[in-house]
Design a protein around this ligand. Sequence first.
Ligand SMILES: Cc1ncc(C[n+]2csc(CCOP(=O)(O)OP(=O)(O)O)c2C)c(N)n1
Ligand SMILES: [Mg+2]
Length: 318
Amino acid sequence: MTHAPRTLLEIYRVMFLAQAWERALLRLMDENLAPALYHPGRGSEGTEVAATMALEDSDYLLYDHRGVAHIVAKGVDLAAMFGDFIGNDLGTTRGMGAGIVHIVDPSLGVIGQSGTLGGNQVIAAGAALSSKLRKSGQVTMCFFGDGAANRGTFHEAANVAGAWKLPLVFVIQNNGWAVSVPVEHSTGGRFVDRAIGYGMPGVQVDGADPMAVYEAATTAVNRARNGEGATIIEAKTVRLQGHYFGDPDGYRDKALRAEAAHGDPIVLTRAQLLSQGTPEAEIDDVERAALAEVDAARAKALTGKAPGPERIFEDIYA
Ligand SMILES: Cc1ncc(C[n+]2csc(CCOP(=O)(O)OP(=O)(O)O)c2C)c(N)n1
Ligand SMILES: [Mg+2]
């Protein structure tokens, strides 16, 4: 199915939905109903949602560990996502492990990430090569952070993507940090400039401006689908919370954290909608509906059951 162009309100709805889902997950962890292992995505919703919404349902998504907004934007069932974190039979993997690495929905092109960061870059190149060889018209989008962009796997994937004009969009979410390492310490030059060396376009966007992200992603997706090859999008984002759920974030001082808070894409997009004349009551309705959707998904997910030992031997291809 080909999507009609998205409006800012549609993109905001999914950003808010992803944030509401994440808050509900953190509550499940607080209540000891799900294992407490998570990397909050607050601050990256603008990029993850707007870029993913430029894809069609049949396109491939390789997400990363930061948040779930890209997975929500691809349309994965919210109750099944809770089931994956709880580790029950309602999850997309029907109880095979709990957590972010394991959400998969082949019917929506959601093929996961990798056991280690950066592994998804080479898997993405493989997925893009497969659709090129099959002439399926599918595009692959691969998300990763500034830290993972410095792995050797990025060079391998970007090099073949450039050489073979693979239908691939790399989305580097540069939030300025890899755990406690600032990007100035880990990286010489700009990520976007690397594109020249791989023979593909590079574009830098403000991750808190979803329309700018959506337009850049749409251009990249169209190029890929038309056989013109890959693109690198570098989105400047912020990490509003610690690296993982429970990280005291002590390596960033108050001033740095306050600066990041100014880049909250949800706050900025809501303000942008209001300034464009969207009635506040309409935004409130969208938010209320999203909260109700998350509540219903949580209630459904909690009716799931732990898988039996026989589940261990299913889906094994070795
Ligand atoms: C190959 C590998 N090395 C280290 C880790 C541990 N690790 C998990 S997240 C992370 C930081 C990643 O930083 P970045 O790519 O910038 O993403 P962010 O967390 O900022 O979203 C690290 C080092 C890992 N999962 N895989
Ligand atoms: Mg980072």
